[in-house]
Structures are given as structure tokens and as C-alpha cells.
Design a protein around this ligand. Sequence first.
Ligand code: GRF
Length: 204
Amino acid sequence: MQNNSSDKHRLAIFASGTGSNARVFVDYFDNHPRVEVSLIVSNKADAPVLEMARQRNIDTLLLQRSAFYGSEDLLDELHHRNISFIVLAGFLWLVPAYLVKAFAGRMVNIHPALLPAYGGKGMYGMHVHTAVKAAAGKETGITIHWVNEHYDEGDVIFQKSCPLEDSDQPADIARKVQQLEHQYYTAVVEQLLVNNFVQTDYTK
Ligand code: GRF
């Protein structure tokens, strides 16, 4: 039974923006016996997610593009901090091969649509929801997947859909999707880490 801090799974959350999902992770794993959010990584110095991390006394790391793509120094940094698992939550830079390889089976992403639809480069944030609206989609949802070297192409771990009304505008779609993200992302990561298994029905 793992029950002290050194035995915990230590998460690094990579985020470029608001960090609402990162905040849900911080709250969900606060005082969790097996998992802790140990580091918030961002590529944007003024990203609100970094301010949130500072307020919660969580270590932060700011990435420089040249070092991220031109060296493997980040691996030493993550190793030094005993990071065991990476959660991408609104991280907009493509993950380089060295990081994919080092964290194979230990790095997940969430996408705000039902992949393989509405994925790939440039498909993030409101671009996704606007495209769903333009296609008059009857449903949308979330996809949690392993990370590989291509945007949104890693193996799917979990998907959850929600119905759309004809009257739903992109902002309404975004709200519905964000609700699913906040409800399921933490629980799926917890299942992966604690049980090495993901159940498909989290409705309680
Ligand atoms: C989420 O919609 C997530 O699916 C996508 O980026 C967004 C991040 O939102 N990958 P937030 O910064 O966590 O609020």
C-alpha cells in the first residue's frame, strides 16, 4: 500500500492557457493517498494556469521553445523532480519525439471533440466547437488519449459524448464539453494510475 508522499504518483500538468482542467486536477488530487500534482509546466509566461499554480503552492516550470525542441534538458528536469506521469491539458505545442519516447504509456491528452473527428493541427479551443456547429453535428464530446508525435492521433483511452441542440451556439457547445472534461479527466487518470485500468462508465 502506497501511503507516503515519496510513493505517490507525481503528475506534471502541461498547459498553455487558462488551466481550468489543471485546477480541477489540483483540487481532485489534493490530499489523495496515491497521486499528487507536483508540477505545472507552461510555454507562456503570462498563462493564468501559472498564477493558479503559484496560489496553490505548486512548482512551476516555464518552457523556452529553443530548449524544448533543441535539447532534451527537460527530461533531466522531470527526472530530478521524480515526475512519473504527464497530463496535457490545453498544451498547444507539439510534443517532441524524445518526450513521447521517455513517457510512453505515461502521457495523456484530452481533446474537446470525439476524435478522429475535429482533430489535428489548428483544431483547438473554439476552432473545434465552431467546426462542430458548422457541420450541424448532433453530438460532440471528449476524447482522452495517449500522446504520440502527431496532434490528436494517439490511441484512444476514453470517450464520452453529449447531445447537441440545433440552437446550441459554439459557446454553448464549449460549455457542455468543458463540463464533461471537468467531470471525467481526473477520474480517468486516477483509474489509469491506481488500477492500471479504465472503466467506461463513470456515472455514479
Ligand atoms: C480543453 O478544452 C482541452 O480539451 C483542450 O484545451 C482546453 C484547455 O482548457 N486540450 P483549460 O485551459 O483547461 O480551461
